[in-house]
Write a protein that binds this ligand. Sequence first.
Ligand SMILES: N[C@@H](CCC(=O)N[C@@H](CS)C(=O)NCC(=O)O)C(=O)O
Length: 254
Amino acid sequence: MSEKHLQTGDVLPPYSGKLRLFAMRFCPYAERSVLVLNAKKLDYDLVFINLDHKPEWIFQFSPKGTVPALEYEQGKAIFDSNIINVYLDEKYPDAPLQATDPLRRAEDKMLVENFSGAQSAYYTAAFNAQALQPNMVENYHKGLEGLQKEMESRGTKFLHGDEAGLVDFTIWPFLERFLALPLLGKTEFAIDSAKYGLLTTYIEAMKTVPAVKAYYLAAETHAKFTESRAKGDPNYNMLDTSAVCCMRPRKKKE
Ligand SMILES: N[C@@H](CCC(=O)N[C@@H](CS)C(=O)NCC(=O)O)C(=O)O
């Protein structure tokens, strides 16, 4: 898998017949779908795109040009992480990732919804720090406390149960990125193990899940990308080891 992000003018790589996910390496929504593809052990291709200079063809797969989008058949795609993940779970029913009980499914969705305040606070802290308000820090901690309370009442290793499931893969990409905030000087966003003991254990358990491990990036790496994006010059290709040696295939001028 190349970590190179394709951009305006770059050609669409040939379709291989596998599922194909359009993503951006640092996008938490795209990570949700990568984790589900990994957990289901599906064979897929991953194509990263530069979100500031989008390749023209991304709009064939995702009308607003957002990632993730999943090409499930040549030229046919669906977009939005939640839509993609439920589709994958239903289309490939081996290793089901959603709760069988309809009430538990509803509770999982509410959990994700209740966590959204923490996500918004994270985005402001990471990318628009001058707009940060004290109530956002409160919302962030309310989100974490709510999550920890739910873990306590469920009493399982993961939110889904003894194995990680869709609810875990939906929330995890944000927790992974929250850990970068103290490195960016946002110490009020630290996840202190004295206060968040259960949550800390959960975070460590998630890091060992094979689907997560295969795509996990350290807090330092997220912090580096976040800094570049906050400065207005996102370094999409910072993990691309081919960058020094290889020319990107360009579309021929007509
Ligand atoms: N609700 C969408 C959100 C996806 C999203 O916002 N993706 C961002 C990258 S993390 C994106 O594509 N931004 C580019 C743009 O908005 O033009 C989902 O869950 O997939």
